[in-house]
Write a protein that binds this ligand. Structure first.
Ligand code: SF4
Length: 296
């Protein structure tokens, strides 16, 4: 059994063996020691564009990850067509109802076209409550044109101006007083639609609807216009006045003579005023060169 060596001698032997091995590797150009690693460099301090104290260096991982460059609004939007990317053209200004009616009236070459255009008119709220429009009655190219204010109940139902009791009185004035047939004169209203409950026409309604009336008068081409009632006379003469101050005179409107007198409906309620009306009718007849045939 081999004798057990002294541990001290074992250690010395081991050291000597290691030295020999190291000398041999050195002779062969081999390094026995590991290449020293460069110590990890300290994190660099971020440069700041300030004049204050130096910034504390921060661990790299604490820096925010570089973000992608922000997209411009154009990049973030879906692609647009060239037409869509053009600056929007200013919207045409909305036409006023009166301008719209004027434009549509101007496109009417004759009374038939005008009547059809009026029948389609919805330019004012009266279109919602009317039964139908009421355009005219009588001769389309007359010497004398009677103009009332608006259709009433019977006119709205029948589509003909001056029917019912007031219409019968007007027919009597024309036939018995003037010696003409009803169909030899023209009969129209300022408004072509009936105001609800026969209320007075509103200024805005007259302002719009007169665009139809003005062309209607031009196409019917009367020598004398006889305005029936304060509303029609005030509208045609652009006056806010009483009938007492407008009647008994001859006015001129757009080169046509205008005579004002009481509305037949008023005469039915105030028969004592018929004599004044008769004077006005005689005045109009004189302008037409007609001789009175009777008395109303
Ligand atoms: S009253 Fe005259 S403007 Fe008003 S809807 Fe009738 S036709 Fe048109």
């Amino acid at each position: 059994m081999p004798a057990r060596q002294d541990p001290h001698h074992e250690l010395i032997g081991l050291i000597r063996a290691l030295r020999r091995t190291a000398r041999r590797r050195g002779a062969l150009g081999l390094h026995s020691t590991p290449v020293p690693q460069e110590p990890p460099s300290a994190p660099r301090a971020e440069k700041v564009a300030t004049s204050g104290p130096p910034a504390q260096s921060r661990p790299a991982q604490s820096r925010p990850a570089p973000s992608r460059p922000a997209q411009s609004p154009e990049q973030s939007r879906p692609a647009q067509s060239p037409a869509a990317s053009r600056p929007a053209e200013p919207a045409p200004a909305a036409m006023s109802p009166a301008d719209d009616v004027r434009a549509r009236a101007a496109a009417c070459p004759n009374l038939s076209a005008l009547r059809a255009a009026v029948a389609d008119c919805t330019a004012c709220p009266l279109a919602r409550t009317r039964t139908q429009t009421v355009f005219s009655d009588g001769d389309s190219t007359c010497r004398a044109l009677f103009v009332g204010e608006a259709p009433g109940f019977h006119e709205d139902r029948q589509g003909i101006p001056f029917v019912g009791p007031a219409g019968e009185l007007l027919t009597s004035i024309v036939e018995k007083g003037m010696g003409l047939r009803r169909d030899e004169v023209g009969i129209v209203n300022v408004l072509k639609c009936r105001p609800p409950d026969n209320r007075d026409p509103l200024p805005e309604e007259k302002r719009i609807c007169t665009e139809w009336l003005d062309l209607q008068i031009e196409l019917m081409d009367p020598e004398v216009v006889i305005a029936l009632g304060r509303h029609a006379a005030g509208h045609l003469l652009s006056r806010d006045d009483t009938m007492g101050r407008m009647r008994g005179k001859v006015f001129e409107r757009n080169g046509r003579k205008v005579v004002a007198t009481y509305h037949p409906a008023f005469l039915l309620r105030s028969p004592h005023m018929k004599k004044d009306c008769w004077q006005d009718i005689q005045l109009a007849m004189g302008l037409l060169g007609l001789k009175p045939r009777g008395k109303q």
